[in-house]
Design a protein around this ligand. Sequence first.
Ligand code: ATP
Length: 265
Amino acid sequence: MTVAELRPTGTASADLPVIAARGVTKTFGDGRVVALEGADFDVRPGEFISLVGPSGCGKSTLLRIVAGLLGSSAGSLSVHGEKVTGPRHDVAMMFQKPTLLAWRTAIENVLLPTEIAGRVTDKDRRRAMDLLELTGLKDFAFSFPSQLSGGMQQRVALARLLQTGADILLLDEPFGALDEFTREHLNVELMRIVGEVGATTLFVTHNIGEAIFLADRVFVMTPRPGRLAKIVDVPFARPRSPELQLTPDFNQLVAEVRTTLGAVA
Ligand SMILES: Nc1ncnc2c1ncn2[C@@H]1O[C@H](COP(=O)(O)OP(=O)(O)OP(=O)(O)O)[C@@H](O)[C@H]1O
């Protein structure tokens, strides 16, 4: 199977935003808690967007609304030009914990979404193996989660996410529970993988450097009620290497985001 065949099966079109949010607002507790207020943005096909903001500013809420797991209280959100009314096959979400099934091997975990959707074919098995290769785990396909490190388990979770064929990936602090070395390594791998499969990505993190390193644009959010305070363009060419983070231009951008967060905190 070629990398092109691993590409998502979604319906991206160059002139249509993949995600369009218009005044998206979410309240909880009969309107007493405003988790997200008036979010307005477009995300273009293949873009990598990082979301940063203080704890409780509505980042996960926004991701859940895009995933169709939560309805908005006001405003509208569309994916591929269609109003989101529930979970969609072209949007997949990944969390901080890998949530693998302990009694299934890595490849059986990757195949889980296929199994839930219907019968698993040989082609599905080949795709799962190719995705494990793409995520650097080919030699561990038949290992159980307990035999894998935390970083390897997150790679399995990423392969499982890609197995769904979704072309929109929502990543909620996916490497947040891992040590810094593993996390930095996985970030570089993540960029390579989403670049190769051409997915559109929303990535939540508390780490400003990580947000900039990965993204085409950084959405900076205010504390509750969460609003989009600023959208910062990240101009650095790809592929990017970790050394980019040592350059003055990179650190200037970190300072800009930090100042925005400081100003809005
Ligand atoms: N189901 C819910 N019921 C009531 N309040 C909620 C619910 N989900 C989220 N909230 C509140 O909405 C606000 C935004 O929560 P959210 O989890 O989106 O923030 P976040 O930016 O992702 O936070 P963190 O960075 O700490 O993960 C918080 O004040 C939270 O307490």
